[in-house]
Ligand binder design. Structure first.
Ligand SMILES: *Cc1c(COP(=O)(O)O)cnc(C)c1O
Length: 397
C-alpha cells in the first residue's frame, strides 16, 4: 500500500471530515446509561438540535445512518397501500422512493432530467389532479447529493397550499442541514430527515426525524407496524433515557453531537451557511474555468439551483472515473465522490460540506487540476486564480 503522509483530504459529500474536537469529545469511557449525567446530556442534545432545524417541534434521534432515518419517517406516517408524490431529483430521491415501495407504499414520481431543481408548478399540477386526495405525503430531497442541486422548499409548500392539498411535506435535509439555510417551521415542513455525517461533522451513526404536531398526529393514528422507529414510544414513556433511544443510547455519538452543536453555536449558523456559500462559489468558479475546454461542465444548469455543499461535475465521453479518483487518492491523498446512478462513470463530485475551509478547497482544486494534467484531460486555464479571486472577493469589504 502507498504510504500517504499529511492530512487526508476527504472531500466527499459524506462522510465528511470529522474535526479533532469531535473525535476528542468521543474519546472517553462509557457513562452509566441510566444515570442522571447522561440523561441531562441527552435531554440537552434533543433540545439543542432544534435550532439546527429551525423548529420548535420534536426531534427524534436514532442510532442509524440516513437510510434508517428515512425508514423511521416513512414507517411512522405511511401505511402499506398509501400513495405518495415524489418529485424526482436524482439518485437519493430514487433510492428513498424505492424504500417506500419496499414498505408497500405506492409511488407517483414526477420525472426530472437530474439537471434542474424541483418545479413547484408541476408539483401543484399533480396535486390538483389528485381530486380524491390520495397522496398522503410529498417526499422531497432538499439538496440532492447526486446532482449538486438544491430545490426550493417554500415554493413546494406554496404549491401544496395553492392546490389545497392536505399531504404531509416530508423533506430529506441530510445534505443541507447545517450547510444551507433550512427553516422547518417557517417553511411549513412537517417532517425533516437528517444524518450526523454531513454538515453535522460527526461520524456516521445518528439519524434524525424532526416532526411537527401534524406529523405526529398522523403517526399516532396510523402508519406501518413499527417498533424501534416509533415516535410515540420514544415520547410517551416516562422521561427515561432508555425509551428516548429505544434501548441503550449511542452514547459516544451523543458525545460527538454535543461537541458539534457547540461548534455550530460558536460559529453561528448564518456564518456556517456563508462559509459554505463562499467555498461553493470558489469551487464553481474553478469548474467554470476548466469547462471552457469543452471536456466537462457543471451538472446543475441553473446558477441559482447549485448546491452550497456539493458540486457535481459532468465529464465528457473520454473520462475514466476510476483512473481519476484512483490517481487523486494515491498521489494526492484526496478523496472526491464518483458519479451516482445515471451519472455513474460520467461525473465526479466535490463535497464542500461540514468542517471545511479555504485552503482545503484550494488544495483540492489544485490537486484535481494536477490529475487532469497527468491524465491528459483537457481543461481551461485560470481555474485556481478564479477560485482565489472568488474567495478574496468574499472576504473583502
Ligand atoms: C447521504 C445522503 C443520504 C443517505 O445517508 P446514509 O447515511 O448513507 O444512509 C440520503 N439523502 C441524502 C440527500 C444524502 O446526502
Amino acid at each position: 500500500m502507498t504510504v500517504r503522509r499529511g492530512r487526508n483530504f476527504l472531500q466527499t459529500p459524506g462522510p465528511t471530515n470529522i474535526p479533532d474536537r469531535i473525535l476528542n469529545a468521543m474519546h472517553q469511557p462509557a457513562w452509566e446509561y441510566s444515570g442522571p449525567d447522561f440523561a441531562a446530556l441527552a435531554r440537552e442534545c434533543l433540545t439543542d438540535i432544534r435550532p439546527i432545524f429551525k423548529t420548535d417541534g420534536k426531534v427524534f434521534i436514532y442510532g442509524s445512518n440516513g437510510h434508517g432515518a428515512w425508514e423511521a419517517a416513512l414507517s411512522n406516517i405511511l401505511s402499506p397501500g398509501d400513495k405518495v408524490l415524489v418529485p424526482e431529483t436524482g439518485l437519493f430521491s430514487f433510492a428513498w422512493s424505492a424504500m417506500a415501495k419496499d414498505l408497500g407504499v405506492t409511488i407517483e414520481t414526477i420525472p426530472s432530467d437530474w439537471r434542474h431543481a424541483i418545479d413547484a408548478n408541476q408539483v401543484e399540477e399533480y396535486l390538483r389532479a389528485d381530486t380524491k386526495g390520495e397522496y398522503r405525503a410529498v417526499l422531497m430531497v432538499h439538496t440532492e447529493t447526486a446532482t449538486g442541486i438544491t430545490s426550493d422548499i417554500p415554493s413546494v409548500r406554496k404549491a401544496m397550499d395553492a392546490a389545497g392539498h392536505d399531504a404531509l411535506l416530508v423533506t430529506d435535509v441530510i445534505a443541507s442541514l447545517a450547510c444551507t439555510d433550512f427553516r422547518m417551521d417557517e417553511w411549513g415542513v412537517d417532517v425533516a430527515i437528517g444524518g450526523s455525517q454531513k454538515g453535522l461533522m460527526c461520524p456516521i451513526g445518528l439519524g434524525f426525524n424532526a416532526t411537527n404536531d401534524k406529523a405526529r398526529a398522523v403517526a399516532k393514528a396510523g402508519g406501518s407496524p413499527r417498533a424501534y422507529w416509533d415516535w410515540e414510544a420514544r415520547s410517551t414513556a416516562r422521561p427515561e433515557v432508555y425509551r428516548w433511544f429505544a434501548g441503550t443510547a449511542p452514547e459516544h455519538m451523543i458525545f460527538g453531537l454535543r461537541e458539534a452543536l457547540d461548534m455550530l453555536a460558536e460559529e453561528g449558523l448564518e456564518a456556517t451557511f456563508a462559509r459554505h456559500r463562499r467555498l461553493g462559489d470558489a469551487t464553481r468558479a474553478a469548474v467554470s474555468a476548466w469547462s471552457t475546454a469543452g471536456a466537462m461542465e457543471l451538472n446543475a444548469l441553473v446558477p441559482g439551483q447549485r448546491a452550497e455543499s456539493i458540486t457535481t461535475i459532468r465529464m465528457g465521453k473520454d473520462y475514466d472515473g476510476k483512473a481519476f479518483q484512483g490517481l487523486l487518492r494515491e498521489n494526492f491523498n484526496v478523496a472526491v465522490g464518483g458519479g451516482l446512478g445515471q451519472l455513474e462513470g460520467k461525473a465526479f463530485r466535490i463535497g464542500h460540506m461540514g468542517d471545511v475551509n479555504e485552503p482545503m478547497i484550494l488544495g483540492t482544486l489544485a490537486s484535481i487540476e494536477a490529475a487532469f494534467q497527468i491524465l491528459g484531460t483537457p481543461y481551461g486555464e485560470g481555474a485556481l486564480p478564479a477560485a482565489i479571486a472568488s474567495l478574496a472577493k468574499a472576504h473583502g469589504t
